[in-house]
Design a protein around this ligand. Structure first.
Ligand SMILES: [Zn+2]
Length: 489
């Protein structure tokens, strides 16, 4: 619980966004209206000399939160600092591009400052939550539990379906890469395995194996499928390489859905600049699946930050899972958690959830020449520990083509290791569409009143009542019924 004292001058759109993000990540519940006077008061302190850039990054690392009886005092400059990182403001305005047409990692201020490998926004939010608990000093004080089912963090495995047929061509390309890196032993194993798979469907087999491992651990994942007609041009660019309506692709998607996993769109290169293409691909995939498609991740993580997202909104997507670094594990938006999207151009919150990508299987193989799959998994595990410790969401990509005949011996065993390592720390493991749904409920919780026993009555956004778990600083947990706002019983 927290009430925000009205600041003068009024908050700028960026400050309001930063405050919303901070309160949400801190799991604090604001009142439904100013008349509900419950929880400590959050007061903003004007900085003596507002400085841009480095000062606001420093503030994110050490937020300088001050606790007074019944009040928490925050430096006002913290809010625009949070907005700059969560909203990827600099990435939305830079003209810099890498050879794939992407915004290069060092256009991100966290990368330049060496702060991209920790979820610094989640840590700042934790300082705020702990300060608010101290400021409450004996008054009723409840925060919302981070995830459903008593889980303290969430982890979702995702899979980009870049390749379905024509796999021997991909094997050849990979063999060339291995030869250049003098990986003779691996090369020989790949060749043997590829020859043995000549008349098989190794991608479909790999998908089935991944699904089986995930089911064994009680995990459900999200699969991103390309949905555009391939042409020689898209083929050569390693963009679209399979026909979405082919029998093989349909069989793969059917198996994924039959096991309760999510299928969303892998936006092809053409969607980066074309909202119309984005809309058509979403509709085409929806027609194949016979259901609405909730999310999207751009192929090769190609996007124009802030612009491609507008196309996603116009196409009807609920969330975007593209914000991750192509060349390293880390926190491109400063957190492993769901954030409301932000437009630097219109200075407004977007009706699109951002689900940052934290780790990708091939980053260290492609960019640092690390060819040992178990080393990739160690990197995944270390980024997952950061998410666990900040009670956030870890999202990783494992490409289903990482199998022996496609050039990656030892990778399937490494995937088993990854799945069991994640599960050992008991995350909530559901598809991203369900993660996003819960986070929208959690972010929209409001305190309507507090009864004599000190238990809050909470409201939720949307039209349906939802059970919500609250916890106190002492570690007590209660389950309350979150009723739709405006409905009084
Ligand atoms: Zn891809």
């Amino acid at each position: 619980m927290i009430r925000v004292a009205r600041p003068t001058p009024e908050l700028s759109p960026e400050e309001a966004y930063g405050l919303q993000v901070l309160i949400d990540l801190a799991r604090l519940i604001p009142p439904e209206s100013p008349e509900v006077r419950t929880g400590p008061e959050l007061v903003l302190r004007e900085a003596p000399s507002p400085e841009a850039g480095p000062r606001s990054l420093q503030l994110l690392v050490e937020p300088e939160v001050v606790v007074e009886p019944g009040r928490v005092v925050l430096p006002r400059a913290l809010l625009s600092g949070v907005a700059a990182i969560a909203g990827a403001q600099e990435e939305q305005t830079t003209e810099a591009r890498d050879p794939h047409g992407r915004v290069p990692p060092d256009a991100n201020p966290l990368v330049r400052a060496g702060l991209a490998s920790a979820p610094i926004l989640s840590r700042a939010a934790r300082s705020l939550r702990e300060a608010a608990a101290r400021a409450a000093a004996g008054d009723p004080f409840w925060t919302v539990c981070p995830w459903p089912e008593g889980r303290r963090w969430a982890a979702t495995l995702t899979h980009d379906l870049d390749l379905v047929c024509w796999w021997p061509l991909s094997t050849l390309a990979r063999m060339t890469e291995l030869a250049k890196r003098s990986q003779g032993a691996r090369l020989a194993r790949v060749l043997g395995s590829a020859v043995a798979s000549t008349f098989r469907r190794p991608v479909k087999d790999a998908v089935s194996r991944i699904l089986k491992i995930e089911s064994g651990h009680g995990m459900r994942s999200t699969w991103f499928s390309l949905c555009e007609s391939p042409s020689p041009r898209t083929f050569l660019a390693r963009d679209v390489t399979y026909r979405p309506e082919s029998a093989l692709n349909r069989a793969i998607l059917t198996e994924i859905r039959a096991r309760g996993h999510e299928v969303s769109l892998h936006g092809s290169f053409a969607t980066v600049e074309s909202p119309e293409r984005m809309r058509r691909q979403r509709e085409r995939l929806g027609a194949i699946l016979g259901e609405e498609v909730a999310g999207v991740r751009q192929h090769f993580l190609r996007m124009r930050p802030g612009v491609t997202q507008l196309g996603m909104i116009r196409a009807g997507f609920r969330y975007d899972a593209t914000f991750g670094f192509p060349d390293r594990a880390g926190f491109r938006l400063g957190t492993g958690d769901v954030l409301p999207g932000w437009s630097a151009r219109s200075r407004s919150v977007l009706p699109l959830e951002e689900v940052p990508l934290i780790w990708m299987d091939r980053s260290s193989s492609k960019y640092a020449g690390q060819e040992e799959p178990l080393a990739w998994v160690e990197e995944a595990a270390s980024s997952a520990r950061e998410c666990r410790d900040s009670e956030g969401l870890w999202v990783g990509v494992w490409h289903p083509y990482l199998s022996d005949p496609l050039g990656f011996p030892d990778a399937p065993r490494a995937f088993e290791e990854l799945a069991s390592t994640l599960r050992a720390d008991r995350p909530w493991t559901v598809p991203l569409v369900e993660v996003v749904e819960w986070r929208a409920v959690r972010r929209g919780l409001r305190v309507a009143e507090v009864d004599e026993a000190g238990v809050p009555r909470v409201t939720v956004p949307g039209g349906e009542a939802v059970p919500v778990d609250l916890e106190s600083p002492a570690g007590d947990t209660i389950r309350v019924r979150g009723a739709p706002a405006g409905v009084h019983e």
